[in-house]
Design a protein around this ligand. Structure first.
Ligand code: NAP
Length: 285
């Protein structure tokens, strides 16, 4: 039985941060005579995306952010989606703007995302924000990676000087997590599918972030005693959600560990709300 004190409760942390965001949203509204606004574009009817968008809109309402949901049919042309993005870029009541991924035509994603104003890019996917993150400049950082850092910090453990190993190098999770850990002065190793002797590397991690997308990929023999283990994975199998970490055995060795569900997942939308307030406060219009 896992010691409950080891488990990093992403839901509780998320609620705490949302409480603080509510205060900021209200202060923004008083000062600007309007609420901060988040626009979401959903193309098509992917059931998971519909749920994500619904949850984002509900979360906005809860903290006092105005939401604008735009639904386009799955046949919508790339030019029409870009047209809507440009309209929302110019809309002064919109501070944050995101296009829900995946799009029905994945080939269009890169080009459409290029059109989102970097000042409103609350997902942090635009090359300008990704580049500024790399350079260590102020930016809107990707939400899931930002949530990972908050979860690690919530343990009270020092990040500076520690060896952080990230398994995964995607543009939306692995690379930005690694850059954020570097900003926190961790010594960072990024692993991927071509990494040799993966286990030898992960066993040296003080902080291990798993963003692989493979059910229970990280086993106890890959983890150092006392490591902090953050599980980004969301893998569905037979209607059940599994992380990238074999929780039962890894939690015996870790000093802190995130569960799935209830760890990284709840933080992603919270960091989206945080980015929206940040974009509004910085002035994205
Ligand atoms: P992705 O784009 O598929 O990237 C997976 C990464 O894992 C790749 O870099 C891949 O290496 C690496 N990898 C695959 N097999 C490996 C192996 N055997 N050894 C070492 N590395 C290996 O996935 P993603 O978008 O980053 O997402 C990762 C997971 O996080 C997924 O389960 C996803 O559902 C979840 N996720 C959760 C949230 C959340 O809010 N909780 C948000 C986003 C993603 P290569 O680059 O060499 O192929």
């Amino acid at each position: 039985m896992t010691d409950r004190r080891k488990i990093i409760d992403g839901k509780a942390l998320s609620e705490k941060i949302r409480g603080a965001l509510k205060v900021k949203a209200s202060a923004y509204e008083s000062a600007n005579k309007r609420k901060a606004g988040l626009a979401v574009i959903l193309v098509g009817e992917d059931p998971a995306s519909q749920i994500y968008v619904r949850n984002k809109i509900k979360a906005c309402e809860e903290v006092g952010i105005r939401s604008f949901a735009h639904y386009l049919p799955k046949e919508a042309k790339k030019e029409d989606i870009i047209g809507l993005v440009e309209t929302l870029n110019a809309d002064k009541s919109v501070d944050g703007l995101l296009v829900q991924l995946p799009l029905p035509d994945k080939n269009d994603e890169n080009e459409i995302l290029k059109h989102v104003s970097p000042l409103k890019d609350v997902d942090g996917f635009h090359a300008v924000n990704a580049g500024n993150l790399l350079l260590g400049n102020a930016c809107l950082a990707a939400c899931t990676p930002s949530g990972v850092i908050e979860l690690i910090k919530s343990t009270g453990a020092e990040i500076s000087g520690k060896h952080a190993v990230v398994i995964g190098r995607s543009n939306i999770v692995g690379k930005p997590v690694a850059m954020l850990l570097l900003q926190e002065n961790a010594t960072v190793t990024i692993c991927h599918s071509k990494t040799e002797n993966l286990k030898e590397i992960t066993k040296t991690a003080d902080i291990l972030v798993a963003a692989v997308g493979k059910k229970e990929f990280v086993t106890a023999d890959m983890v150092k005693d006392g490591a902090i283990v953050i599980d980004v994975g969301m893998n569905r199998d037979d209607g059940k959600l599994y992380g990238d970490v074999k929780f039962d055995e890894v939690s015996e060795k870790a000093s802190f560990i995130t569960p799935v569900p209830g760890g990284v997942g709840p933080m992603t939308i919270t960091m989206l709300l945080s980015n929206t307030i940040k974009a509004a406060e910085r002035g994205s219009n």
